[in-house]
Design a binder for this molecule. Structure first.
Ligand SMILES: Cc1cc2nc3c(=O)[nH]c(=O)nc-3n(C[C@H](O)[C@H](O)[C@H](O)COP(=O)(O)O)c2cc1C
Ligand code: SF4
Length: 410
């Protein structure tokens, strides 16, 4: 029976008086280049969704020249089905703080930001208190712990906008502008906040980095598979008995085992229809493929991806038409409207899907949705528009017969 592997999870860690920041102390002894090497050796891939190697990102940010450099902890967590960063902010607050400090020291940033989802009121309170106490204890401020490294963190609350989780929209939002994506390149690493080199990392990536320095890259790399090091926090939700945040060692379990052993199986023994394994911007995995291994390569083979780890389980009790309408509505509402393929594409997909509820879904309409989706994937400016079609397109192609032949969409 699958058990949780605990690398990041652990007892509540919020009291500054009881924590001596071992990972950060080690970082001060090692120096920036050795830290970059250690994080690279661990094989950690960014946990915010895109899976970019964290060590490489830190190396690039370290190499950038600039009078001012910034680090940003992306705590926006707006991806539907994802709530693992909330757990870390809530219960492992000091690990997150330590990860930010290590990142800042590595790249030589003197200011950091935590950009937090506006709805996370409790976590905002916890962070405000933690930051205040850290300043009083000399963990933040001038010459931290007797070193000549000075650094402080500002907490900024988002205003409920999914696209602001995208790193470039987040930068605009932080600068007081409308939260819409910037064209890349330039990447934030070279030209980010106020035009300065900026390292943006997800909460889990930063907490992981702190733990990697603390427990060692070798320990992290010894878990998981060759391509998927370590563990991943999975936010499990939907039609299952025990929703929650679970830590899973990559390669140690199939999707089925995660659902059965950790999630307690489907609610009232309902049949599972499909899962969305990595948040709403990942393709679905139908129930006949739940033997797929939980790892980057395993999910890729299953036609999907790890994404943010927001795993939503959908049973046959759900109406496909409702699910499609809700997804299409979400993307239409959340598009920032800057580029035409995403602004108009999501609007048209929502129109066709909601009309299909009454007028029926024909092969022509289905092909039209696929066409619009393909255009968005090719031509949209940011990840929101490029991935909006992934869950909708895979539901439509997987359940085409059922949808057209009058099952859920008459
Ligand atoms: C529409 C959209 C929303 C995103 N939301 C988040 C988010 O809430 N949290 C997050 O860490 N990354 C989010 N990302 C990914 C970020 O742009 C970025 O890749 C990430 O913060 C980098 O951190 P990592 O390398 O540690 O994963 C989002 C991307 C897009 C396109
Ligand atoms: S893809 Fe969508 S969210 Fe991204 S810039 Fe274009 S309109 Fe905005």
């Amino acid at each position: 029976m699958l058990q949780e592997r605990k690398f990041l999870k652990g007892p509540e860690l919020r009291d500054i008086d009881d924590y001596d920041f071992p990972g950060f102390q080690k970082a001060l002894e090692m120096g920036p280049e050795a830290i970059v090497e250690e994080i690279s050796k661990s094989g950690l891939l960014g946990r915010g969704g895109a899976g970019f190697p964290t060590g490489k990102k830190w190396e690039l940010a370290y190499q950038e020249e600039g009078e001012n450099k910034y680090i940003i902890c992306n705590a926006d967590e707006g991806e539907p089905g994802t709530f693992k960063d909330r757990y870390l902010l809530d219960e492992r607050t000091l690990k997150v703080l330590e990860g930010i400090m290590i990142g800042a020291y590595t790249i030589d940033a003197d200011t950091g930001y935590i950009y937090i989802r506006g709805e996370y009121s409790r976590q905002i309170e916890i962070l405000e208190e933690t930051l205040q106490k850290a300043r009083k204890a000399g963990i933040l401020g001038e010459d931290i712990l007797g070193s000549n490294f000075s650094f402080d963190i500002k907490l900024v609350r988002g205003a409920g906008c999914y696209v602001c989780g995208d790193e470039t929209s987040l930068l605009n939002s932080l600068e007081g502008m409308r939260g819409s994506s910037r064209s890349k390149p330039p990447y934030p690493i070279s030209k980010g906040l106020y035009g300065c080199p900026t390292l943006v990392n997800n909460v889990e990536s930063l907490a992981c980095s702190a733990e990697i320095l603390n427990q060692g890259a070798e320990k992290f790399a010894s878990m998981g598979t060759e391509e998927s090091s370590g563990t991943k926090l999975v936010s499990l939700s939907g039609d299952i008995n025990f929703p929650g945040v679970y830590e899973v060692e990559f390669g140690s379990a199939s999707l089925q085992e995660i659902i059965e052993d950790l999630g307690g199986g489907s609610q009232q023994g309902q049949e599972i229809k499909f899962i969305i394994p990595g948040g709403l911007s990942t393709p679905i995995v139908p129930s006949d493929n739940l033997q797929a291994e939980y790892s980057y390569e395993g999910l890729q083979q299953a036609g999907s991806s790890v994404g943010s780890g927001g795993m939503m389980v959908i049973s046959t009790a759900q109406e496909l038409s409702d699910i499609l309408t809700r997804i299409a509505r979400f993307y239409m509402d959340e598009s920032c409207g800057t580029c035409l393929p995403c602004r108009e594409g999501n609007k048209q997909i929502y129109r066709i899907i909601s009309e299909a509820k009454y007028a029926g879904l024909t092969v022509d309409r289905l092909n039209l949705i696929q066409d619009i989706g393909d255009t968005m994937q090719e031509a949209a400016r940011c990840g929101l528009g490029r991935s909006a079609q992934l869950p909708i397109g895979t539901i439509l192609s997987e359940y085409k017969e059922e949808l057209i032949e009058g099952g859920n969409l008459p």
